[in-house]
Design a protein around this ligand. Structure first.
Ligand code: ZN
Ligand code: ZN
Length: 270
């Protein structure tokens, strides 16, 4: 039996406006330590310098960025020797905004690409969950991920199969999107994430269906030479406390035969 992954590269803070507002950054660190984690990254939803998406329920304001980074840097020092802590951001690729994204990359330790929208003709947000995605828009999603990876902006691609929240079934176009993403990840050697959020919501009776991880997506992924990692995508302490159950759940969902084929990133410091 493989040992439980003891690091987490994807987590949030109260600043994004939709994580547990009663949790301090340090509270999250303590929860991770209690679970035996050896390394964690804070990758809160990045602020948009140009205000493309300025919803306070989605991301911090640009003027909160320095305070955020300082807070995590302080914890990094305080807990050194106990747990390794990284600063970071969860970003969305936006064509033409590469400089802003690279600036965030320079300022932090880890960039996670969590693409929640594409941009329309007038730079408006076309968001998953709120819009029906045409096949063409779905391909644009895949193209954004490919472009971001090609430019080596992210260190990790979060929930690459998030697009399934807008689809009823997995057909040719959904498979095509999966192939574009997986071949880009292989080519540019960027790991893909199995996200545990929906498993957590399902197991906590807050959701009655799990769209991602999507079994068919990961079946396709298992035929590529890519690195894979689990992420808690922590917004609540309960997600950390239910870590084992969530992993067990997604392993069963994807299928243990497929899980065994993956090249998981190795544990830290063992
Ligand atoms: Zn979030
Ligand atoms: Zn996230």
């Amino acid at each position: 039996m493989k040992k439980l992954q003891n690091f987490n590269y994807h987590g949030h803070t109260f600043r994004c406006g939709h994580a547990d507002s009663t949790m301090s950054d340090e509270d999250f660190v303590r929860e991770f330590i209690n679970k035996g984690f050896k390394k964690i990254s804070f990758t809160d939803h990045c602020p948009h310098k140009d205000g493309t998406d300025d919803r306070r329920v989605m991301r911090m304001a640009y003027n909160q960025k320095d305070e955020y980074l300082k807070s995590i840097e302080k914890l990094k020092e305080k807990y050194s020797g106990i747990i390794e802590i990284e600063t970071g951001f969860e970003i969305e690729y936006r064509p033409g905004k590469e400089e802003d994204l690279l600036e965030l990359k320079n300022e932090s330790d880890r960039i996670v690409l969590g693409q929640h929208f594409i941009l329309g003709k007038y730079n408006e947000l076309i968001r998953f969950r709120y819009h029906d995605f045409t096949d063409e828009e779905l391909l644009t999603y895949a193209k954004y991920l490919d472009m971001a990876m090609e430019k080596h902006i992210p260190d990790l691609v979060a929930h690459p199969d998030l697009y399934m929240i807008n689809r009823e079934s997995f057909g040719d176009i959904e498979a095509k999107v999966a192939h574009i993403i997986c071949s880009s990840a292989e080519k540019h050697n960027i790991p893909l994430e199995i996200n545990l959020t929906e498993a957590f919501l399902y197991l906590s009776n807050m959701k009655n269906r799990v769209y991602y991880p999507c079994k068919e997506f990961w079946e396709i992924a298992s035929n590529y030479n890519i690195k894979v990692v689990y992420s808690i995508d922590a917004h609540y302490k309960e997600q950390i406390r239910m870590y084992e159950e969530c992993i067990e759940f997604v392993n069963n969902l994807i299928g243990k035969d497929i899980i065994e084929k993956f090249n998981f990133i190795e544990n830290i410091g063992e």
